[in-house]
Design a protein around this ligand. Structure first.
Ligand SMILES: Cc1ncc(COP(=O)(O)O)c(C=O)c1O
Length: 385
């Protein structure tokens, strides 16, 4: 042999019970993991991902985002990517890297509960930015930054809070509001981030569920400075149970983020990685484009069904903006300033319908809100009726 393997603390490959595997896909294809591949994938894997997986992440990024800084990745310096255990797991490692105690992070006014908890876990503070039908309002962001001393008082709890350095948003099919931020608005926010030297965290699991023929470009697609970190997820692209996401952006941040991951779960499961690699190898880039079209048409149809039903049954009782991406309808309930009563357990049980009130997502929980979130992704079309 070239060398005798007695250094690494790895078990003998002879003891691995698996020999090969085959995944059957809905389109009739079979993805086969042969004996040789199984031998290659069962030991510890690289934290940032198997080379074949990294290759696919890079191809997907080039196809859908083509970030200006990506060209530099080829010389290994400026843009990087790492796998992570879902967007939430990725956020955990990323936030460990970019947040310190008492830091302030800007979030969407209504935000995914996991994001709020991750900020708190790092003993940082979040402040929600007012939104309209196009997402975060640029003038408000500027105003908050300009008047920070004054604005931060209610959140400060007697402490002096530093000016935020990070703004974390979900710009596409936003959870919970369904808002899809247009390009012009993204450009305005990006310009402010440049002026005030903010890092943008683009937590964008619904990016690939935009219903229009041409999706709105991401923040990272606009990023000429290397100030955007994207969190992507396979949860809506394939399925949440596989726990795969990927984080991309300035190489230094990505590299440090993956170090946090290497100290906890080390890497994703080799089975997950190889199952996705095999799927993507089989689909090819055209197959991936077709899958995006499939998801787009699937969710647009669901949106149409739900909107028609809401129009029929809730006329005069609620208002809403038609979502153009994602899985959520944000209903503004008429005649009340507090939607909490609609989440009453007994009421939900009686009518066998469960909705989430706006308060569950609000960054400012001292106020009352009249909205509720409906997710139209999971219930079959017939149940929605
Ligand atoms: C905005 C947002 N970020 C992150 C996540 C978590 O995604 P994942 O399943 O990839 O951890 C979700 C899930 O609903 C989400 O809505």
């Amino acid at each position: 042999p070239d060398s005798v393997e007695i250094a690494s603390g790895m078990p003998s490959p002879d003891t691995v019970p698996y020999v090969s595997a085959t995944f059957k896909c809905k389109d009739g294809s079979e993805l086969h993991i042969d004996e040789e591949t199984m031998k290659r994938i069962t030991p510890y894997q690289k934290t940032r991902g198997m080379p074949d997986m990294i290759k696919w992440m890079t191809i997907i990024h080039k196809e859908f985002h083509n970030p200006p800084k990506m060209g530099a990745a080829e010389d290994g310096s400026q843009w990087g990517v790492t796998l992570c255990p879902g967007a939430l797991g990725g956020m955990d490692y990323l936030f460990q890297e970019i947040m310190r105690k008492n830091d302030v992070v800007f979030l969407d006014e209504f935000a995914f509960g996991g994001t709020k908890k991750q900020v708190r876990k790092n003993r940082a503070v979040y402040v929600g930015l007012p939104m309209d039908g196009d997402g975060v309002i640029p003038d408000k962001l500027r105003d908050y930054l300009d008047r920070w001393e004054e604005v931060s008082l209610p959140f400060a709890n007697g402490k002096k809070l530093n000016k935020p350095r990070v703004i974390c948003m979900t710009p596409v099919g936003q959870n919970p509001t369904g808002v899809n931020t247009p390009l012009k608005r993204k450009q305005e926010i990006y310009k402010i981030a440049q002026e005030y030297n903010l890092l943008i965290v683009e937590d964008d699991p619904y990016y690939y569920l935009q219903y229009s023929e041409t999706p709105i470009p991401s923040y990272q697609a606009l990023d000429v400075d290397g100030r955007v970190v994207r969190i992507d997820s396979m949860s809506k692209f394939i399925t949440p149970g596989i726990r795969m996401g990927w984080i991309s952006g300035p190489e230094e941040i990505i590299s440090n983020t993956s170090k946090h991951m290497s100290l906890s779960c080390m890497s994703l499961s080799c089975f997950t990685e190889i199952a996705v690699v095999k799927l993507f190898d089989n689909l090819g880039i055209q197959g991936l484009r077709d899958r995006v079209k499939y998801l787009r048409d699937f969710y647009r149809e669901r949106r149409d069904t739900v909107e028609e039903l809401v129009r029929k049954h809730l006329a005069g009782m609620a208002t809403w903006t038609t979502p153009t991406a994602g899985m959520y309808l944000w209903l503004n309930i008429s005649g009340t300033n507090d939607s909490m009563f609609l989440a009453d357990k007994e009421l939900c049980k009686k009518y066998k319908v469960y909705v989430v009130p706006a308060l569950d997502f609000a960054c400012d929980t001292t106020k009352k809100y009249s909205q509720i979130r409906i997710c139209f992704a999971r219930a079959p079309q017939s149940d929605l009726e």
